[in-house]
Ligand binder design. Structure first.
Ligand code: HEM
Length: 573
């Protein structure tokens, strides 16, 4: 392997690229001269070489088939000795489970949203809260859980004595997320990053986001929407929101101006989409080794970018004088960011590079998804716009951090939470049992070591047992209740209902709950108010309930294309 310095495709950076040595050396054990000596006639040579090719191909098929069979046999033996049981009985399997393939074909052939719809139907029409078994030939035994009490235990028992990401998740996500970032790290390395992240997302930083960062990066969106209102141009709100969240997250995670037109963003999107599909495709490894060239290039661009950002941050810190502490400062002048805070906590550039990419990926698409679905659902039910009129700041003012609290804007929060109930940006979750002698769930299911536990926040959100018969309807009111009477005895307004993470697992729960939940809420509500009070939107194609596209998160398939008018008067008037 030779390492050369080349011009990076991600802008003006120089970065290190690993170049493979030419693989042209003949195998020393193979004597090709014997064939040339024995055969002089050209035709015979051709026949011989084609025979050699056929022979090689057959050998390859034979070797592949043997490896495949050995692997399948190993899995079968493993499954036989690691049976999942409840009160001594095997668990039920979903209708349509096939004898050898199990549910493998469903996972392989269905698009992601159809798979989530399937989980919802199975929950509502067949199993309810009952834990059931799913099987895919090449994978360890697995179950699907739908009972909040069971999920509560899984969320609370994080770590070696219970559940963790495990090799199933790690293997599929290592290429993109790395081994050391907060998403895949465990033990002390994870704790340190979590602590740094917690500190970073404290109220004072969020206040700076609301006061300075959001208005700065919204400016371009504002111009685009004003221009579209004048010219009648169609705007894709999904793209517009993603550009905004990319810029905000670029500032937060890397301390730089990042745009969707940057090659990093395209590489990141491509690698994320393929990483998402790996969780559905039992043959992903074969795909990766045979056709993974483009994926590898995309990952290499993402990694080089992360490494370069951290290298620059380290240089900047080294140049600082001793008396200048490196405390993070989100203000828009020269200053620190999450990378700085992570470097304070873990002075290992490769860990910080992974971690910064993890934070960026955790916050960028998820927030853009939530804004897009929220606007779409409100355009479908315009009556609900009136619902938040009193919570939107009057003309000439903007939301502050305190005006975005749950007490000041309960109805806007209700719209946000209700949107994510139906369209959770992380729609599918899984863990593996790490405890060597297995774990018993509250419903009596005994899980051997390594079993896979799956839950689908998308299906939890549509559960009639949790949300009632109108679970599929968008009804923000379900999140509100009357506040108690105020001190002077007058009747007060509504307040937000609290639901447990186990009933509403949109932001996960327990030790691994989302670190950016408050930031996501504040960002979503700020953008909602800015969008609705300044413009009126009309969807270009009214195609009913929209579907999501295959990805790690839940983007809207085809984007949200709208025509825009400048708003005159109140929202909902
Ligand atoms: C609507 C938006 C968001 C949703 C629905 C969401 C949801 C989630 C979920 C479900 C997890 C658990 C993933 C897992 O471990 O399997 C998670 C973790 C995480 N989220 Fe969010 N998230 C959102 C926005 C954000 C934002 C804005 C940030 C800020 C950068 C963020 C940072 C993180 C981090 C760092 C973790 C990993 C926590 C850990 O493993 O300890 N998220 N999020």
């Amino acid at each position: 392997m030779a390492r050369t310095r080349t011009k990076s495709p991600i802008g003006d950076w120089k970065y290190l690229k690993t170049v493979q040595a030419e693989p042209c050396e003949p195998d020393p054990g193979f004597d090709t001269s014997a064939i040339s000596l024995a055969v002089s006639d050209a035709t015979v040579k051709v026949v011989l070489s084609s025979y050699q090719q056929t022979h090689d191909a057959m050998l390859a098929v034979y070797v592949l088939a043997s490896v495949g069979l050995a692997y399948a046999a190993k899995q079968l033996i493993y499954r036989w000795t690691h049976r999942i049981r409840r009160h001594g009985q095997r668990l039920r399997k979903p209708p349509g489970t096939l004898p050898f393939f199990g549910n493998g074909l469903k996972f392989l052939l269905l698009d992601r949203q159809s798979l989530f719809d399937w989980f919802s139907e199975i929950h509502n029409d067949v199993f309810g809260f009952e834990t059931y078994e799913i099987s895919v030939p090449t994978l360890p035994p697995g179950i699907v859980i739908s009972d909040p009490e069971v999920l509560d235990l899984v969320m609370k028992r994080e770590g070696k004595e219970g559940f963790g990401k495990g090799p199933f998740f790690e293997e599929r996500s290592w290429h993109l997320f790395g081994r050391y970032g907060i998403i895949n790290a465990s033990g002390q390395l994870w704790k340190t990053q979590r602590k740094a992240g917690n500190k970073f997302f404290a109220g004072s930083h969020l206040q700076v986001l609301v006061d300075e960062v959001f208005p700065k990066y919204w400016e371009r969106a504002r111009q685009e929407l004003d221009e579209a209102a004048e010219t009648g141009k169609v705007v894709d709100m999904e793209e517009l929101y993603l550009e905004f969240t990319t810029r905000v997250m670029g500032r937060v995670a890397f301390g730089m101006d990042l745009s969707n037109s940057h090659p990093f963003s395209a590489a990141f999107d491509y690698a994320s989409d393929l990483t998402g599909l790996r969780f559905q495709n039992p043959l992903w490894k074969l795909n990766y080794y045979l056709f993974g060239h483009k994926f590898r290039s995309a990952v290499s661009i993402v990694k080089s970018f992360g490494n370069e950002i951290v290298r620059l941050a380290v240089c900047r810190r080294e140049q600082k004088t001793d008396d200048a502490p490196t405390s993070p400062d989100l203000s828009l002048g020269e200053g620190g960011d999450l990378v700085d805070m992570l470097l304070d906590a873990v002075p290992e550039p490769h860990v910080v590079a992974d971690s910064a990419i993890n934070f960026l990926s955790a916050g960028r698409d998820t927030t853009a998804n939530s804004m897009t679905w929220m606007l779409h659902l409100l355009l479908e039910q315009p009556d609900l716009m009136r619902y938040i009129t009193s919570e939107v700041p009057p003309a000439g003012t903007v939301h502050t951090y305190s005006s975005l609290s749950t007490t000041a804007t309960p109805r806007s929060h209700a719209i946000f939470l209700e949107t994510l109930r139906l369209y959770p940006p992380v729609p599918f979750e899984l863990k593996q049992t790490l405890k060597p002698d297995g774990v018993t769930l509250p419903d009596g299911t005994v899980l051997p070591h390594d079993s896979i536990v799956v839950w689908c926040p998308y299906a939890f959100g549509r559960s009639k047992k949790i949300w009632g018969d109108d679970a599929y309807d968008f009804r923000p009111d379900r999140w509100l209740e009357k506040s108690p009477l105020t001190d002077d005895g007058s009747e007060s307004d509504v307040r937000l209902k609290v639901r447990s993470a186990a009933e509403y697992p949109v932001f996960n729960g327990g030790a691994r709950s989302c670190l950016g939940k408050r930031m996501a809420e504040v960002m979503g509500l700020w953008v909602l108010a800015e969008s609705l009070r300044n413009w009126e939107f009309e969807e270009v194609e009214k195609v009913g309930r929209r579907r999501s596209r295959n990805s790690l998160t839940l983007p809207m398939d085809g984007g949200l294309k709208v025509r825009v008018k400048k708003r005159i008067g109140d929202i909902g008037s």
